[in-house]
Design a protein around this ligand. Sequence first.
Ligand SMILES: [Ca+2]
Ligand SMILES: [Ca+2]
Ligand SMILES: [Ca+2]
Length: 233
Amino acid sequence: MEAVYGNVKSKNPVCQLPVSNPPASIKFNRRCYLSVIIFMVMLSVLLLAGLIVFSLFYVDSVRNLSEISDSKNNVTEHLNAVIERLNSSLIKTTKKLMDFKQGETGCPAEWIRFGSSCYFFSRDSKSWDEARNFCRAREADLVVINSKNEKTFVSAFRDTPVWIGLTDGAVEGTWKWVDGSSLTLPFWGEDQPDNGGGISSYGEEDCAEIRYGFPGSWNDVSCKNSMKWICEK
Ligand SMILES: [Ca+2]
Ligand SMILES: [Ca+2]
Ligand SMILES: [Ca+2]
């Protein structure tokens, strides 16, 4: 073991004592250790300086990250506030637009203005009486066609047969509008009204429809048929 230790010491000398001149070797040895100490001190100073610089950089980085995080939170809060204001503004504008639209036409939503009346075109199908009840529940009635322009208007919107407010249910052959007025401007299709034309399967035909396939022309059919309708008020 001593042999090994002796070999290590001789191979890696730091400050070696020359045995030939002991006073000179003591002087050399002091300078050598002084150099080593100075070197170690300088190394320590450099390490300390590096540590200080690194610490300052680290603190600065942490502060910057903190500031970035704060900025991000502020931007997020600001964006949320802007989005909330825009949503509120959009809701108000939409409501104003709807109010304006309704105020402009004077008709409820889903009703269409033409002339001095409002019209509702159904999507469902009902019998003539059920359709009329639907209209009356909305302070309206089945459409009364008073002019050629009105006939053109209501006919232009339909691609299926629809009920109109015309019936001869009270007196066969005497057609009356639902407002009690007589029919003075008829638009019957060819050979209509025929009250079923004597064909029993058609039944009694006491209610009027705008025919499908004959734009604008009317036909009398059984009031029990189910079809779309037009309200007017
Ligand atoms: Ca009318
Ligand atoms: Ca009839
Ligand atoms: Ca008929």
